[in-house]
Design a protein around this ligand. Structure first.
Ligand code: NAD
Length: 425
């Protein structure tokens, strides 16, 4: 029988699925997971690759490639977003899917992990083309999705409208309106109040708890944020409201910096109107590499994977990193950050506010009864604060980093489900 170590493909530092496996291996060793169960956890439960023919506006036919990966359904239906981007690839979707399994287990919501993606550039497509792409992709997935099987949500370049089309296509096939088939829907169509801000607010709450844990002040800290979308933009808003000084923020074109602090509401208004941050008054521009190396208390990577690696981890001057994005830091970078005493609140904890409120959305859809926004956000905050404490406690128990502590907690919970369910046939 092979051991966890023997099963690991060391892969390369920029392969997210190899990175996921490295963390899983470390946690599995610490908690002494049965080697058979480890093998189940190291690979996806099910994956589907589909060709998606779409009639384009000019009358031509294009065929896109899409994926849906279900890493685990041990604790409940697979749960996870759908990403539309030119860089989507199967190993990225596998990693994102596994991270969803661990994230749902860290916050203890009854879901497994899944993720989907389509290789496309939505910025070069019309709304009609994106709608036809979404509907055909949904039809391709019909055999494996549904409220009890796999519940998608938005991710990069998908939104509430995409989820409405997805839900409608699913419902046309099942001949009944099934709002619980996806989360992140428009509020008027079964969406949950608070879902839009949940991830960004969760990141801000995790930053607050991390600062407290590190005996740093709860106001006036210097904050740097990479990415200004749903996660980064809203994390900036909430950290600003908490009284911290957001000194720099970026988008895919670069960043803006003012050491005295940015007027975040004005920055977000500018971004909405102009489509990019560049040119915001009284700021100097800097590239994403310079932004990550700024002297600050809190760094929030909230853009994409592989931003902090062995090539730039030594440059990081933040005291605390709160991972808004999935997979922004490599395992190699973790070793350097740990040596330099940087506290890292890992992605599978820090950005779990989104899936927590997605869980509430799914519950509300199945009950047919909707909660007030304050109830949604208060319940999310309680879960995140408890989970933060659980992760810190787990890291202490196993004498490891918060990231591996979070993996230990999650892997223990998923392994428990496998053990208690037993092996079918
Ligand atoms: P988004 O599309 O709304 O925003 C992404 C932001 O990152 C934009 O500002 C974009 O300009 C910037 N960006 C993209 N590529 C970049 C690059 N190479 N360098 C620098 N900046 C870049 O996406 P989002 O929903 O905010 O998601 C951001 C990250 O958070 C992703 O990793 C996503 O998987 C993760 N996440 C999102 C949610 C959610 O609820 N939206 C939940 C959990 C995790």
């Amino acid at each position: 029988m092979s051991t966890p170590e023997q099963d690991i493909d060391q892969g390369d530092e920029l392969n997210p699925f190899s990175q996921m496996k490295k963390r899983l291996e470390k946690a599995a060793k610490l908690i002494n997971v049965d080697s058979g169960i480890y093998k189940i956890l190291a690979e996806p439960y099910q994956e589907l690759a589909v060709s998606i023919p779409v009639k384009m506006d000019d009358g031509s036919l294009r065929v896109f490639t899409g994926y849906r990966v279900q890493h685990s359904i041990a604790r409940g239906p697979a749960k996870g977003g759908i990403r539309y981007a030119p860089e989507v690839n199967l190993d990225e979707v596998r990693a994102l899917s596994a991270w969803m399994t661990w994230k749902c287990a860290v916050v203890n919501v009854p879901f497994g992990g899944g993720k989907g993606g389509i290789i496309c550039d939505p910025r070069r497509m019309s709304q009609g083309e994106i709608e036809r792409l979404t509907r055909r992709y949904t039809a391709n997935l019909l055999d494996i999705i549904g409220p009890e099987r796999d519940v998608p949500a938005p991710d990069m370049n998908t939104n509430a409208q995409t989820m409405a089309w997805f839900m409608d296509t699913y419902s046309m096939h099942t001949r009944a309106t099934c709002t619980a088939a996806v989360t992140g829907k428009p509020i008027g169509l079964g969406g949950s109040l608070g879902r839009n801000e949940a991830t960004g607010l969760g990141v801000a709450i995790t930053a607050r708890e991390s600062l407290k844990h590190q005996n740093l002040p709860n106001k006036g800290c210097k904050v740097v944020i990479q990415g200004s979308g749903n996660v980064g933009g809203l994390a900036a808003k909430f950290l600003h409201e908490m009284g911290h000084k957001v000194i720099a923020i970026s988008d895919m074109y670069g960043g803006i910096h003012n050491p005295d602090g940015l007027e975040v509401p004005a920055v977000l208004k500018w971004l909405k109107e102009k489509g990019k941050l560049e040119g915001f008054p009284n700021t100097e521009s800097l590239d994403n590499a310079q932004l990550l190396a700024l002297d600050c208390d809190v760094l929030v990577p909230a853009a994409t994977e592989n931003q902090i690696t062995s090539t730039n981890a030594e440059d990081i001057r933040a005291k605390v990193i709160v991972e808004g994005a999935n997979g922004p830091t490599s395992d190699e970078a973790d070793q350097i950050l740990e040596k330099n005493n940087v506290f890292v609140a890992p992605d599978i904890l820090a950005n779990a506010g989104g899936v927590t409120v997605s869980y509430f959305e799914w519950v509300q859809n199945r009950m047919g009864y909707f909660w007030e926004k304050k109830d949604v956000l208060n319940r999310m905050e309680r879960i995140l604060v408890d989970s933060f404490n659980d992760v810190v406690e787990s890291a202490k128990r196993y004498n490891t980093s918060p990231r591996i502590g979070a993996y230990c907690l999650a892997v223990e919970r998923v392994a428990y489900s496998h053990k208690m369910r037993g092996m079918y046939a």
